[in-house]
Write a protein that binds this ligand. Structure first.
Ligand code: FES
Length: 131
C-alpha cells in the first residue's frame, strides 16, 4: 500500500512545523526501533490547546503524522486532546501502510506527553484516558 495523497501533502507541506519557545507543555517521544524522535509543543489557555507545533526527526510518515496531530489538536480542550488516538491520526491521513502504522504512535503519544507535562507543571492531576 503506497502513501495516501493526504500523507504526501502533509509530508510535502507540513503544518505548524517549528518550536514554541515559551511552550506551556512539551512532549518528547522516540521510537527505539527506528530511532526517530518527535517533540510536540503546546500553548494552553483556559484548558484549550490554542497552539500546537512540532519538530520531528524521522520518516515521511512520522512527519505527516506530526503535522496532522497539530491540526487535530488545535482548538480542542485538554481532555479532547488526550482522547485523540493513534488510530484517529492514521484515519485522518486516509490510512498508513501497515508497516508504517507505528509512526502514528509517536504523534498521538507526543501530544499526550505534552498535555501531561503541562498538567504536572501546573500541579494538576494527570488522568490517563482509556482509548
Ligand atoms: Fe520511525 Fe516512522 S520509521 S517513526
Amino acid at each position: 500500500m503506497p502513501y495516501s495523497e493526504r500523507v504526501m501533502d502533509h509530508f510535502a507541506n507540513p503544518r505548524n512545523m517549528g518550536e514554541i519557545p515559551d511552550a506551556d507543555g512539551i512532549g518528547k517521544v522516540g521510537n527505539p526501533v527506528c530511532g526517530d524522535m518527535m517533540f510536540i509543543y503546546i500553548k494552553v489557555k483556559d484548558d484549550i490547546l490554542v497552539d500546537v507545533k512540532f519538530k520531528t526527526f524521522g520518516c515521511a510518515a512520522a512527519l505527516a503524522t506530526s503535522s496532522m496531530i497539530t491540526e487535530l489538536a488545535k482548538g480542542k480542550t485538554l481532555e479532547e486532546g488526550m482522547r485523540i488516538s493513534r488510530k484517529d491520526v492514521a484515519d485522518a491521513l486516509d490510512g498508513l501502510p501497515p508497516q508504517k502504522m507505528h509512526c502514528s504512535n509517536l504523534a498521538a503519544d507526543g501530544l499526550h506527553e505534552a498535555i501531561k507535562d503541562y498538567l504536572i507543571k501546573n500541579g494538576r492531576a494527570f488522568v490517563k484516558v482509556d482509548l
